[in-house]
Design a protein around this ligand. Sequence first.
Ligand code: SAM
Ligand code: SF4
Length: 344
Amino acid sequence: MTIQRPGRDNASPAAETGLIDAHGRVINYLRLSLTDRCNFRCVYCMPPDGAPYMPHGQLPTYEELLRLCRLMSGLGIRCFKITGGEPLCRKDAVAFIRRLKRLPGVDGVTLTSNGTLLAPYVEELADIGVSGINFSLNSLNPEHYSAVGRTRAGPEQVLPVMAAAAKAGITVKINVVPLRTYNEGDLRDLTRFALERGYHVRFIELMPVGLGAACAGVPPHEIRAAVERDFGPLSASYDVPGNGPADYFRVSGHAGSVGFISAVSNKFCPRCNRIRLTSGGLLKSCLHRDAGVELKPLLRGGANDAAIVKVLRRAVMEKPAGHTFGDLASEGSRQHFLMHSIGG
Ligand code: SAM
Ligand code: SF4
């Protein structure tokens, strides 16, 4: 499924000011993982008994993160996606997000979350100016939801949070990782649910990263065919807010949309606009490369701003042309591929 679309990801003022990699891509987006902790154990992300978490003292502090974000926004990073682990598992995450949003040059701050800890914070996030929340919701069926997330929580905890977010003016997106046997029979209900409410459901192709390599995903062409069978023809849409790699489609008569993020079967590396900071402070210029720069030694070793900016620029310049999914030989060091630490 190949889509021709306008180059919105790489059309940014950053082209004039900031970070352009060796392949001509404008880098204007950071995925910032606040913690490797999570209250779920999704089958494609976290081992059933949890993972050995990084001790709190080894996470970059909020002050250190704000310093990095200030330097990055000075280089043209405009949008920040707060992720994890479950970002709300980190104490004072919302206060941090408020401070981040106030930094000069920061345009967009959004969040990706399983939604189960968000209820008390929705109004505050709207007040801060968080423009979008991506909710991981793999099924509306409580048993299937629990099986994928290996959690006692259920979708009924998250649905009111989505409604509250939408009411507060926050764009609601639903992230679904379609998996054989677990939730492949639930995609129609999820699609209908999103379309009827004006939400944007995105089917994320399973990536063979970390535990994902041992799971079986449902290919996007199969999902698209099923959605068209159930809801009619899909027409490409370019007006869904966001800065990411999803290809969106509208279904006649509905405010919501259906999106596909198909990193494996429709490699979107040529239009990649992002870098990642893992919860441990590793700057990754590509999700699936065993490369990165540890920023904590710089932050804690007295490096001045100019020295850090130099490292950031070099990391972007060395961003690989594309990922190497499927090439297990490239999976050198395991901690570079833990999704709950990288943040997706
Ligand atoms: N806990 C939050 C959540 O689940 O939205 C944020 C962190 S989670 C690592 C970010 C995103 O990565 C989620 O949408 C999750 O489904 C996705 N993800 C994790 N492992 C994946 C994999 N192996 N393949 C595809 N998506 C994956
Ligand atoms: Fe937690 Fe998100 Fe990973 Fe699921 S995908 S275990 S909710 S970090």
